[in-house]
Design a protein around this ligand. Sequence first.
Ligand code: 5GP
Ligand code: ZN
Length: 114
Amino acid sequence: MASKLAADCIFCKIVKGDIPSVKLLETASTFAFLDIGPLSEGHALVVPKYHAEKLHQVPDSFLAEAMPVAKQVAAALNVENYNILQNNGRLAHQEVPHVHFHVIPKPNVEEGLT
Ligand code: 5GP
Ligand code: ZN
């Protein structure tokens, strides 16, 4: 279930500022920052500002806030080609057990970026 920040969670520590991150933007219940291991330049994450592990454990109000934030991140990064990714559970490749949406820009291969 959604709850307050968890003491042993990496993303909770980022939200709290205990672990540094490159913050892109913040709303009442979301925090967006750059991924530390980017799949492409500008790879960003959008997370709730409270601890919840999986998508079905966050209220719809977070989703209503997170999607516009993902749009704003894409606009701030000035990307037109990108993927939104969201993993739930270890078998589905979720490494960090704090809900997050990836915003992954698709590089322009014509510019030699792969
Ligand atoms: P998942 O596989 O859980 O969907 O994605 C987790 C993402 O979190 C990965 O892309 C990984 O690079 C990123 N990540 C893990 N630890 C940190 C961290 O300490 N800081 C930041 N900015 N990103 C992290
Ligand atoms: Zn957390």
